[in-house]
Design a binder for this molecule. Structure first.
Ligand code: NAD
Length: 328
């Protein structure tokens, strides 16, 4: 089986090339172009394409892939909101994904953001480099014996609950389903109670109609003053303009974001002044208590090799005609 790998980064090529050694029936070619209607025709002669969260796997792209003989789309990520599943089904194109690769990778990054925002590590780093060893502006609070509120307790949220429990925090959670593995140290509460009682709030639920902008000025007003908010899930869970208003109201001790609403517009890859001027992400960055990273939660060695392993196993299952729990 021959796969065209879109939007290749050096680290993708390294992890997939390494894992390919265990899959002798698969050959892979790598292109830096991302998959969209302009680049779909490159897949002529390939059985499958490998795409990512940033790819445009919409109607036009799928029409072209189908015309070029592609039978499988391998998403090397959990999300598939960028895939037009109706068109894929119409063309008989199978779509497979990697539902969970390393929940700890994302949860550890969420805690890193919470700690960095709380203790102003980014500011401390810059101060000391400039020979300023004063502590002004760096005071944080102990996490020990404070309350962590985890919204969404699936794979990543559960890992975050375990981490917070390890810090000696009281852990409360809100989810539409309770996770039985957490029953010994997590108390499930209503969303209202979670917002009112938490010192650190971390978002781990998926983006859906029901969770879109769940953090808005009304829910922000319900939070304790001096709360820390972390989002490593999806940008649009938080209404950015309202978050900015909340920051201006001094609601937050710190905000840590790995994801933000404008991510798909490549705000920071295209650094034109006009885009930056109108960018809410750039506005967020102007606040001293906000720490932003560039969707790197998943980015660990272990997660990358798990993604490669599962993606290639998905390709083998397709080739063998086996059903898979990774089918979309
Ligand atoms: P999961 O499916 O295992 O867990 C999601 C949980 O959210 C489930 O328990 C579900 O019941 C719950 N949920 C659904 N609707 C809810 C609601 N309205 N309110 C509260 N909870 C609700 O998913 P996961 O693997 O833990 O991933 C969580 C999210 O993390 C993903 O949706 C994705 O957006 C994000 N993610 C981010 C990165 C990154 O690099 N930053 C990497 C992978 C995943």
């Amino acid at each position: 089986m021959n796969i065209l790998f879109y939007d290749t980064k050096t680290y993708d090529q390294a992890s997939f090339t390494d894992t390919l050694k265990d899959f002798p029936n698969i050959t892979m070619e790598f292109t830096k172009s991302d998959l969209d209607p302009r680049t779909a025709a490159l897949a002529e002669g390939f059985d499958a394409v490998c795409a990512f969260v940033s790819s445009d796997v919409g109607t036009k792209t799928l029409d072209i892939l189908h015309a070029k003989g592609v039978r499988l789309v391998l998403m090397r990520c959990a999300g598939f909101n960028n895939v037009d599943m109706e068109t894929a089904r119409k063309h008989g194109i199978r779509v497979m994904r990697v539902p969970g690769y390393s929940p700890e990778a994302v949860a550890e990054h969420a805690m890193a953001l919470a700690l960095a925002a709380n203790r102003r590590l980014y500011k401390a780093y810059n101060k000391v480099r400039e020979n300023d060893f004063s502590l002004s502006g760096l005071m944080g609070f102990n996490f020990y014996q404070k309350t962590a509120g985890i919204i969404g307790t699936g794979k990543i949220g559960a890992a975050m609950c375990r981490i917070c429990h390890g810090f000696g925090m009281r852990v409360i959670a809100y989810d539409v389903y309770e996770n039985p593995s957490l029953k010994d140290f997590v108390e499930y509460v209503s969303l209202d109670r979670l917002l009112e009682e938490s010192d650190v709030i971390s978002l781990h639920c998926p983006l859906m109609d029901s969770t879109y902008h769940m953090i808005n000025i009304d829910t922000i007003r319900q939070m304790k003053d001096g709360v820390i908010l972390v989002n490593t899930s999806r940008g649009a869970l938080v209404k950015t303009d309202d978050l900015i208003e909340g920051i201006r109201l001094h609601k937050f001790a710190g905000v840590g974001l790995d994801v933000y609403e404008e991510e798909t517009n490549n705000v920071f890859e295209d650094r034109s002044d006009e885009i930056l001027e109108h960018s809410t992400t750039a506005r967020l960055l102007s606040f001293p208590n906000v720490m932003i990273t560039s969707h790197q939660g998943f980015f660990t060695r272990e997660a990358l090799s798990a993604i490669a392993e599962t993606t290639l196993q998905n390709a083998m299952d397709f080739e063998a005609g086996n059903p898979s729990q990774n089918d979309v």
